[in-house]
Design a binder for this molecule. Structure first.
Ligand SMILES: Nc1nc2c(ncn2[C@@H]2O[C@H](COP(=O)(O)OP(=O)(O)OP(=O)(O)O)[C@@H](O)[C@H]2O)c(=O)[nH]1
Ligand SMILES: [Mg+2]
Length: 318
């Protein structure tokens, strides 16, 4: 299954039950401040890695759908970029995209980081929820990091600020409580036929996932501003006769000095990024992968409409 198609479930096991007359299907947007664990939760709900995760803020840049089946319901989770006070054009595009994702969903799930509580960013998001007309639930994530009694106070504080149909407390990392929210959503999304084939787990083509995986490795290896000054595109995806896949990707940076850092001394950094990415992409496509990474300086890529198309973002006029 090395083809650059949408990704199907790698999990063995019986096919999900055919939905029949009781089928339900709904879009659930996960919104919240950067780093609260939206992508980790989407992966936990889907049961496979469809979205990249890092310890850094602003990892997710565009909407991504992760698809799960729960009983007769197909749940389409929309992972969104973190919402914060945007400054640069790319920041504005990401935040506008996140709110757009919320407005297109049947249910909006607002994530709060249990450790951070209602900080300035959470406060700003909660204040804007009155504009969201869909049913809203709040998910307090990272409960593995705080004592239980603190959670009740946080739940009360959050519910005092917005009108939520339900409150969940979970750990996307350990999986504790993830099943409960999935079951609740399965019985609350609208009745109707499934939108996707039963075995589909993501709407993203493999070439986008592969670019995201490389970007994740870049975020993990590079520090400070550099990850935010770079983007990754898959330029070539070729299946070879021997069953392996040849992939060429370009990492765009804004300046020559940044290109030097991405390459590292004697090319060490790019080599390490490439090795990490290749391993993970090969596991996803279930075939040997030859990954070729190029680093290009494109001054002002963050103001170039074409890069936004690559990333799946609308290009903000200013
Ligand atoms: N301890 C703990 N860490 C978590 C949990 N969920 C997520 N994390 C960590 O929080 C960090 C951010 O996770 P992400 O899933 O990338 O967060 P996000 O909300 O998608 O972030 P952006 O895409 O930047 O908006 C990562 O280091 C995760 O491992 C959790 O339940 N417990
Ligand atoms: Mg994310």
């Amino acid at each position: 299954m090395a083809k650059d198609k949408k990704r199907n479930s790698p999990a063995p096991g019986p096919d999900p039950a055919p939905p029949g007359d009781h089928a339900r299907c709904g879009f659930v947007a996960l919104i919240g401040a950067p780093n609260v664990g939206k992508s980790t939760l989407v992966n936990a709900l889907v049961g496979a890695k469809v979205a990249i995760v890092t310890h850094k803020v602003q990892t997710t840049r565009a909407l991504l759908r992760g698809i799960a089946i729960e009983g007769a319901a197909q749940l389409v989770f929309i992972d969104t970029p973190g919402i914060f006070a945007p400054r640069r054009r790319l920041d504005r595009a990401m935040v506008a995209t996140a709110w757009g994702g919320a407005h297109d969903a049947d249910v909006v799930a607002v994530l709060i980081d249990a450790k951070r509580g209602v900080d300035t960013e959470a406060e700003a998001i909660l204040a804007r929820l009155a504009e969201v007309s869909q049913p809203k639930v709040v998910i307090i994530n990272k409960i593995d990091l705080v004592p239980r009694p603190d959670l009740l106070a946080l739940s009360a504080a959050v519910n005092a600020r917005a009108d939520f149909t339900a409150t969940f407390m979970l750990s996307a990392l350990t999986g504790d409580g993830v099943g409960d929210v999935k079951a609740w959503l399965a019985s609350h999304v609208p009745p109707g036929p499934w939108h996707y084939p039963p075995d589909e787990i993501s709407d993203a083509p493999l070439r986008s996932l592969a670019a995201e995986i490389t970007r994740e490795k870049l975020y993990l290896r590079l520090h400070e501003e550099l990850p935010y000054r770079s983007t990754v595109a898959t330029d070539q995806w070729k299946e070879l006769k021997d069953g392996s896949v040849r992939i060429e990707q370009t990492i765009y940076v804004e300046r020559e000095s940044q290109r030097k850092i991405v390459l590292g001394k004697g090319g060490q950094t790019i080599k390490a990024i490439g090795a990490d990415a290749r391993r993970e992409i090969a596991a996803v496509v279930e075939a040997p992968v030859h990954l070729f990474l190029f680093v290009k300086v494109r001054e002002g890529w963050a103001d170039d409409p074409e890069r936004y198309r690559d990333m799946g973002l609308e290009f903000p006029k200013e």
